[in-house]
Design a protein around this ligand. Structure first.
Ligand code: MN
Length: 716
């Protein structure tokens, strides 16, 4: 069992002027309030905060963090309050314990919604003081080490949560020794059989492999001595979970996972690192694309190292990591290495900049309402597969693997993203869906007339780009719906000689909003635009029901049955406005567009959206501001009217042959008119037919052209 003196000794080793009194007082306090409590293992509870403080000392944290580690469970598990801690140990320590307590209250293994909410809170806690998360990681590590005392179901839940959330966070913060231990412990509980199998396989040829490690180390050390480079060579097995992940992701059998061993060469200077790389490549054949320069392009968590994979002396792949002592320290302890006690309670400016991604998540999560969407964003941010690309000014931009020029554009500025019309990679125009590669130099072309579209969501990888595009679409959608809703409602009011403007200013409006369940007039009108409610529903609140009914009856009587049929045919469900649902729509009579044909929509006063054929002459006179993108929906079960003018040399039975040709194509004839035959003996017949789309119309036209004597078939 670890003793408080061991912890103090550890702290004094890296921080000789540490306030050990604070640590001692925290220990005495913790021992007093946890007195009599036991862990599931049967051991005194105090053991847990002691172990957590010990792990924090291994992370080389400041004395306030160590003391907070000793006290991290007192608010949750004893009668101690935050106020009391603040009085006795100062506000800084109290706020750390408060942060840890808040995270502990979260449950992660429930529904996705609650999981997202929990991560959201945890990230908020992190953004205030990263030490909160470091203490939580230490707490989780000790709990994972003693997980066997829990019931099995609970074990699985905690282990899964550790793998999903805590290990990636440790990795993102660059604390690899915690990441690997958490992963292996979680793996052991989640899949004990596989874990033991890999453990056995690694052990089986242990002697052989150790001999191999020794021989490679000998070769390197000899070469280093020749080149007069001071170097420390470490060879080690990869941790079990990383072997297992590799087997899974590359579908390999254990025997086929070659680079089970990784070598680390620690040298004095950066220049040495590149020299050593040269020596390694001079000794063994390198696998070209496997070389990674994280010294020139550090990872966002400050990790620096050269990575290369070569074909080693036994003909197998061997991975080398080459770095300086300082870099090695950062690689092992990550952010903690930068959280120097010398800096006091705050991380230095550089650390804050480097961990800006946490701030990013916090910033963008505020615009995200949907928990699933948020979770998806966080997962992308947490998994650190990145590419490093350059702006035209030579700035390095870090993006996740699979990111596209659009992600890059949004990383530069939201407006650059929103107005992006194209991109050049290394001077060449590329499609926006092109995946960026490390080292690419990217230039974004913009236009003021460009706007984001829903399709862009399929092209982007980053949370920032996604949330900015969604935000733009939502705002746009709402503005359109509001304008549309206002027009429709105004028209309905005018029909009853009422003014919408004065109605919304009147006394009654509050009551009306309440009864329909909307907060503001804009919300209400937007709902009309979205077709969630009808203008009539609003009107009814202002006009006596009887009057409306009478007028409706009068209108129904006035409408001829034919017109009613046409009214039905206008049914709009075959067309959708891009990015909008439930908009009122009708097909323009002037050009009667058919499914499959290019179309365009115009918001029309009081009529919802009118859909024209692209290029219809009538659209030229319409206000371009009212133009919106529309597209044919998937269902084309409906039919649409189309008019065809057929010209033919008159003969007996011509009309019968024409109608037969149309019927054979399974199109319905709505009406047929034939004019008088002129001097030239040409007969003109005008058919209105109903077809399901462009294809069917084309087959009708073809069939008509094949009728003997037909000279011309024209769409009118
Ligand atoms: Mn704890």
């Amino acid at each position: 069992m670890i003793r408080i003196q061991d912890i103090i000794d550890k702290v004094l080793f890296y921080h000789p002027e540490a306030d050990t009194d604070l640590i001692n007082r925290a220990y005495v306090y913790s021992a007093r309030v946890h007195e009599g409590q036991v862990r599931l293992s049967g051991e005194p509870y105090l053991l847990h905060p002691l172990e957590v403080a010990g792990i924090l000392a291994d992370m080389r944290l400041d004395e306030t963090s160590i003391a907070a580690g000793l006290l991290h469970d007192v608010v949750e598990d004893t009668h101690t309050t935050i106020e009391q801690l603040s009085q006795d140990f100062g506000p800084s320590l109290a706020s750390l314990v408060e942060g840890v307590t808040k995270i502990s209250e979260l449950t992660f293994q429930s529904s996705q919604e609650r999981q997202a909410e929990s991560i959201r809170k945890m990230i908020l806690a992190m953004s205030n003081d990263l030490r909160v998360i470091l203490i939580k990681l230490a707490d989780r590590l000790h709990n994972m080490r003693t997980l066997q005392f829990h019931k099995e179901e609970r074990q699985l839940g905690i282990a899964q949560e550790t793998l999903d959330i805590y290990a990636p966070i440790a990795s993102r913060l660059g604390i690899y020794w915690i990441k690997t231990e958490l992963e292996d412990l979680a793996f052991m509980h989640l899949d004990p059989e596989k874990y033991r199998e890999i453990e056995r396989l690694v052990a089986a040829r242990k002697d052989e492999r150790e001999k191999y490690i020794g021989s490679v180390r000998d070769i390197i050390e000899k070469k280093m001595a020749q080149a007069q480079i001071q170097a420390h060579v470490k060879g080690r097995f990869k941790h079990f979970y990383s072997i297992y992940s590799k087997m899974l992701s590359q579908r390999l059998a254990f025997e086929d996972v070659y680079d089970l061993v990784a070598f680390r060469i620690i040298v004095e200077t950066v220049a040495n690192c590149y020299e050593v790389l040269g020596i390694i490549h001079g000794t063994w054949r390198s696998i070209g694309h496997k070389f990674k320069d994280y010294i020139g392009h550090p990872k966002p968590n400050m990790y620096q190292s050269l990575h290369t994979t070569v074909i080693g002396p036994a003909g197998e792949r061997v991975e080398f990591q080459i770095r300086t002592k300082d870099m090695d320290e950062v690689a092992e302890s990550g952010i903690a290495a930068h959280w120097s006690y010398k800096e006091g309670n705050r991380a230095d400016e550089q650390t804050r900049k480097t961990f800006a991604w946490i701030q990013n998540i916090v910033e963008y999560q505020q615009s995200v309402q949907d928990p699933a969407e948020f979770l998806e964003n966080v997962k992308v941010e947490l998994f650190p597969d990145e590419v490093y690309v350059f702006s035209p000014k030579g700035e390095v931009i870090t993006l996740p693997t699979g990111a596209t020029p659009l992600d890059f554009a949004y990383a530069i500025h939201s407006q650059v993203g929103n107005q992006c019309i194209g991109a050049k990679i290394n001077g060449r125009m590329v499609p926006l869906r092109t995946e960026l590669k490390t080292g690419d130099s990217i230039e974004i072309l913009t236009s003021k007339n460009q706007h984001p579209s829903k399709d862009w969501l399929h092209l982007v990888k980053t949370a920032k780009a996604r949330s900015r595009i969604r935000q733009w679409i939502k705002t746009e959608e709402r503005e359109r719906s509001l304008a549309l809703g206002r027009e429709l409602t105004e028209k309905a009011f005018k029909r009853h000689r009422l003014s919408l403007a004065s109605a919304v200013k009147g006394d009654k409006i509050g009551e009306v909003l309440d009864s329909l369940g909307y907060k503001t007039v804009d919300d209400l009108l937007a709902a009309v635009g979205y077709a969630k409610i009808s203008p009539l529903q609003i009107l009814r609140k202002f006009v006596p029901q009887k009057q409306i009914e009478e007028e409706a009856r009068a209108k129904a009587e006035a409408l001829a049955p034919v017109e009613q049929a046409l009214e039905r045919q206008k049914s709009p469900s075959g067309v959708t406005v891009k990015g909008m649902d439930g908009i009122l729509m009708r097909l323009a009579k002037c050009c009667s567009p058919l499914p499959g044909e290019p179309i365009v929509g115009y918001i029309t006063r009081g009529q919802g959206v009118t859909v024209h054929r692209m290029g219809c002459v009538n659209t030229q006179a319409l206000d371009p501001m009212r133009r919106i993108d529309v597209e044919w929906g998937k269902s084309t079960a409906e039919t649409y009217p189309a008019r065809l003018l057929v010209s033919a040399m008159d003969r007996v039975g011509l009309l019968a042959d024409l109608t037969a040709a149309i019927s054979q194509c399974k199109a319905n004839i709505v009406s047929a008119n034939s004019g008088a035959v002129g001097e030239d003996n040409i007969a003109n017949a005008l058919f209105t037919i109903s077809v399901s789309g462009k294809k069917e119309l084309e087959s009708v036209v073809k069939a008509l052209r094949n009728v003997p004597n037909v000279q011309q078939v024209k769409r009118v």
